[in-house]
Design a protein around this ligand. Structure first.
Ligand code: SAM
Ligand code: SF4
Ligand code: SF4
Length: 374
């Protein structure tokens, strides 16, 4: 294990370079598009690489143990740095910001950052879609202050309703009731519509698919099932542990018939299904069995300010270096434009067609979800 930890730390230090500043600076138009004609619409911001859970598919205990080297505080982007970068992204057309981690509610004074981001406006002068993904461990306590700061809604991760199964998934003995309480408080203070994300890992929590659907059917919450992904280098992912979304829909439909619903907008990651009796809808996110790279408009900003143009990238672009070298807004903005135009990532589409050797080489170098932000 020690070998693995050293490898990941070195990877962060060595391969990620500060992006070049183009000779010709440009004014952002909000109309950037990449090599596959994909616009830049969403920015996910990881505010901490730490978490109080040890979900088996994300931060397994065997790797993220007491010896794991988390980033020192000085490496993290400050709230001012995050807000400045977010503004530059918004000038390039970003309309949606998602705060994530690690566990974002562990970042001290996170409400202050929310307040700063809530002030930003899209290029057409509208408020941004500002949301946050959380394991809900601190949500009951923080929901009101997050709402007051300007957060619009939250997405909550919950992998089972059965306590023993949930505890096996989070591996820190956290109970389902506490998550459900966090969800209810968030709903009461108006942080909705709330989405509930369940990562399905075959042989661990797939028996919870139907009970979860039953529980949230007819509730104000939208349940979404996520295929277990080969993200990062430490979860020991195997294809046969992925339960395809088609199977999730089949199992639920056998008891509660479902019908497909048209997407809300291009690039929506979840395919929507509604209960035939009108009692609500679910979503399925088929990152493995039905890649949606062609519509992927997301950029990710890591905890220490590296830009990743794909969840499965093996290196990032060091924007913090530009910020701390005193580069101007125009310089950083032009560098961002150049990076997005060069983007050709489509890992999930390639995953199915590449050789085993390619996949092995990739999986040794991929960054962790907790660092890059889910
Ligand atoms: N800690 C917060 C949480 O769990 O909601 C935010 C960060 S977490 C990395 C963001 C999302 O990524 C969660 O919904 C989590 O379930 C999902 N995730 C993490 N590892 C995953 C994997 N290997 N496959 C699919 N989803 C994963
Ligand atoms: Fe923590 Fe979220 Fe990863 Fe679970 S999925 S270990 S809660 S960051
Ligand atoms: Fe986007 Fe990369 Fe995921 Fe494809 S694999 S959907 S490009 S993040």
């Amino acid at each position: 294990m020690a070998e693995k930890i050293i490898m990941m730390t070195e990877q962060r230090a060595d391969t990620d370079r500060a992006p070049a500043i183009p000779a010709q600076l440009e004014t952002p138009t909000g109309l950037l598009s990449d090599r596959l004609a994909r616009p830049l619409h969403d920015l996910r911001i990881s505010v901490t690489d730490r978490c109080n859970f040890r979900c088996v598919y994300c931060m397994p205990k065997a790797v993220f143990d007491n010896n794991y080297q988390y980033l020192p505080h000085t490496s993290l982007l400050s709230f001012e740095e995050i807000t400045r970068l977010a503004r530059l992204f918004v000038d390039h057309g970003v309309e949606k910001l998602r705060i994530t981690g690690g566990e974002p509610l562990l970042r001290k004074n996170i409400e202050r950052l929310i307040g700063m981001l809530a002030e930003l406006k899209t290029i057409s002068g509208k408020p941004l879609d500002l949301t946050l993904t959380t394991n809900a461990s601190l949500l009951a306590r923080k929901a009101q202050s997050l709402k007051d700061a300007g957060l619009q809604r939250v997405t909550v991760s919950l992998d089972a309703l059965d306590n023993d199964t949930f505890r096996r998934m989070n591996d820190v003995d956290f109970s389902v009731d506490d998550v459900l309480k966090g969800i209810d408080v968030a709903h009461q203070v108006g942080l909705g519509p709330i989405k509930i994300n369940m990562v399905v890992k075959g042989g661990m929590n797939d028996q919870e698919i139907v009970p979860m659907a039953r529980h949230f059917r007819g509730s104000p919450y939208i349940l979404r099932f996520i295929e277990y992904m080969d993200v990062g280098a430490s979860n020991g992912w195997k294809l046969d542990e992925v339960i395809p979304s088609a199977e999730v829909v089949r199992r639920i439909s056998a008891e509660m018939p479902l019908q497909p619903v048209a997407a809300n907008y291009t690039g929506e990651t979840a395919s929507r299904w509604r209960y035939a009796d009108g009692s609500g809808e679910i979503g399925v996110i088929s990152s493995v069995t039905q890649a949606f790279c062609a519509d992927c408009t997301r950029a990710r900003l890591s905890t220490e300010g590296k830009l990743y143009t794909c969840l499965f990238a093996t290196s990032g672009h060091d924007l913090r270096a530009l910020l701390r070298a005193g580069r101007s807004d125009a310089e950083i903005s032009s560098a961002l434009a150049q990076l997005w135009r060069a983007r050709g990532d489509r890992y999930s589409e390639l995953r199915t067609s590449q050789t085993e050797a390619f996949k092995r080489e990739r999986s040794a170098n991929k960054v962790e979800m907790s660092y890059i932000g889910g």
